[in-house]
Design a binder for this molecule. Structure first.
Ligand code: NMX
Ligand code: MLT
Length: 434
């Protein structure tokens, strides 16, 4: 058994036993109550699922296995680069242990060994017109990869429940290994006349992805390592994670679950916001006729956007109530590598001007930037202006968290998810009787 799987098996067996006895003793303990507003209001804040890999605090932001982003940046192995390697984060999410440089390198090599995209996956993508959105191509690519699911094959053969975690691990590792070449293929096909770039077997997972996309600049590779780390997980309630969890609970395999999640990520209130931010900034620059607008011009543009009944993309959050630490991590990167870039400067001007405007509307719970407010400007700086691809980058990273979490869900034996719904008629009856 490989070292990561062996460690996961040991940790999962221990936690499963602990959870079993905890439920025996405290299973009936009330941990939350649900209001009518929550039932109608997107189930905000209801504590109703278990997600081991990360936890979100409204004030402080995300912690992966207890580590904040600055802590991860200090503790995770960096290989030959300057940013933490996403391999290390995956190891941490799966085992609750910070890996050594050696263990991280093992994982780089393991994903490298597992990279093997069948030709029908590329053919499935090729069957779509080039104008198809990159996220649709991505989902089609993942669905085509599902032919390789070991979980699905073994389930058909009558695999016992005790082996679900094992094949979920195998599928997750294979899927993560194959996402960068599939995503890079989509980028090259859609935006670079289909000139595919072969992987470089000596690079780590994120920098090889950068290479296959066509970006060999060392700083862009560092950006990809950072990007792939900070977008990986955001506890279990966000739409892509929750979708993975829900679909996986039916024992759909990791490929089917992750493809479903990508359809959630493709929504403008979720991951698509990263393309919307740059689209909106490009429109602003076009509208104002300058790449160096004044704060006053930005304020006017924001007010115009709001008066048209549109949202300011990249701002607000369902849980966070402070600037997103993932925004801050990208700002720190930009301060180091590209502080004189015009689009980066606009992002910072927006950061200074938008929150008071949103606050003045009186209805927004969080006027601060989220992760998507900064990511596009960094990509544009290195020449990746095709914003229609940005959500795919988010998706490749998100695989790390949601698939690590799916391994845990199968290891802990989580059942089919099936909450109770109500009709308004029934709600009225309930209210009349209280
Ligand atoms: N610009 C304008 N209005 C906003 C914004 C914004 N950025 N954020 C929230 N509002 C409005 C929201 O539409 C709602 O209006 P109404 O009552 O008229 O329907 C009101 O403020 C209250 O919303 P909240 O309770 O503060 O936010 P909610 O939890 O419902 O939604 C988001 C959270 C993230 C969907 C919302 O803030 C938004 O639409 N932001 C812009 C899109 C975005 O950046 N999404 C990315 C989120 C991160 N990610 O990658 O997933
Ligand atoms: C995410 O990373 O999933 C977003 O910030 C959305 C969320 O947490 O709800």
């Amino acid at each position: 058994m490989d070292p990561l799987k062996a460690k996961f098996k040991e940790k999962a067996a221990a936690l499963a036993a602990e959870v079993k006895s905890m439920l025996k003793e405290h299973g009936e303990k009330v941990i939350d109550q649900v209001t009518l507003s929550q039932a109608y209001g997107g189930m905000r804040d209801i504590k109703s699922m278990i997600w081991e890999t990360s936890l979100l605090d409204a004030q402080e932001g995300i912690r992966f296995r207890g580590y904040s982003i600055p802590e991860l940046s200090e503790k995770l192995p960096k290989g030959r680069g300057k940013e933490p390697l996403p391999e290390g984060l995956f190891w941490l999410m799966l085992t609750d242990e910070i890996p050594t440089e050696e263990e991280t390198l093992w994982l780089t090599n393991e994903w490298e060994k597992r990279r093997n995209v069948p030709s029908h996956v590329y053919a499935a993508i090729d069957a779509l017109p080039k104008e198809t959105h990159a996220m649709t191509m991505f989902t089609v690519g993942i669905m085509a990869l599902q032919t390789e699911s070991i979980f699905a094959k073994r389930y058909e053969e009558g695999m016992p429940k005790s082996e679900y975690w094992d094949v979920t691990y195998e599928d997750s590792m294979n899927l993560i290994a194959n996402l960068p070449p599939v995503a890079a293929y989509i980028y090259r096909r859609k935006f670079k006349d289909g000139q595919r770039i072969e992987p470089n077997t000596r690079l780590d997972w994120a920098s090889n992805f950068a290479h296959m996309l066509g970006y060999d600049d060392a700083d862009f590779k560092n950006l990809m390592r950072l990007y792939m780390t900070i977008h990986a997980d955001h506890e279990g309630g966000n739409a892509s994670a929750h979708t993975t969890h829900l679909v996986g609970s039916t024992l759909s395999d990791p490929y089917l679950s992750f493809a479903a999640a990508m359809n959630a990520l493709a929504g403008p209130l979720h991951g698509l916001a990263n393309q919307e931010v740059i689209k909106w900034i490009f429109e602003m620059v076009d509208n104002l006729g300058t790449t160096q607008p004044t704060d006053e011009q930005i304020v006017e543009y924001v007010k115009k956007t709001l008066s048209e009944g549109r949202v300011v993309p990249g701002y607000g959050h369902a849980v966070l109530r402070q600037p997103d630490p993932r925004f801050t991590a990208q700002k720190v990167f930009a301060e180091q590598y590209c502080q004189n870039d015009d689009i980066v400067k606009i992002v910072w001007q927006i950061f200074n001007t938008v929150p008071p405007i949103l606050q003045s509307l009186g209805k927004i719970k969080n006027p601060w930037p989220n992760v998507d407010a900064h990511s596009g400007a960094l990509l544009v700086h290195y020449g990746m202006k095709e914003y229609g691809f940005y959500t795919v980058l988010f998706g490749v990273s998100r695989a790390l968290g949601v698939l690590a979490a799916q391994c845990w869900s199968r290891a802990l034996g989580f059942p089919l998810e099936r909450p109770k719904s109500l009709t308004t008629e029934l709600v009225k009856e309930m209210l009349a009787n209280t």
